[in-house]
Design a protein around this ligand. Structure first.
Ligand SMILES: [Zn+2]
Length: 101
């Protein structure tokens, strides 16, 4: 549910501003997804696992569910590591590029 104040604020904005907002929302989504770690949505099939120091790299195929016509997505590589008692994750992409420690 989109809060009413946000709907009202969007009302009557110029197209160019709406495009900027769309970009902002998309970058916010991928940022949140990369931070959410264990809470990553969707069913994930793990195809390959690599350990490198404290980081685990996994190649996964993702079923996001929600009436998506593009499922399954990937496979893509993700990095997982522990930080402050939480599992963090980061989307890497089609090819494994190791993170700098
Ligand atoms: Zn999907």
């Amino acid at each position: 549910m989109i809060p009413k104040t946000i709907r009202d604020a969007l009302e009557g904005l110029e197209l160019s501003v709406l495009y900027e907002i769309r970009d902002l929302v998309e970058s916010q989504i991928s940022h949140q997804e990369s931070l959410s770690g264990e809470a990553l949505p969707g069913k994930r099939e793990i195809l390959e696992v690599k350990h490198e120091g404290s980081v685990t790299y996994r190649r996964e195929r993702v079923n996001c569910g929600k009436n998506c016509k593009g499922c399954p997505h990937g496979p893509y590589w993700y990095a997982y590591w522990r930080e402050g008692g939480k599992t963090r994750s980061k989307y890497i992409g089609k090819y494994l590029v190791k993170m700098d420690e």
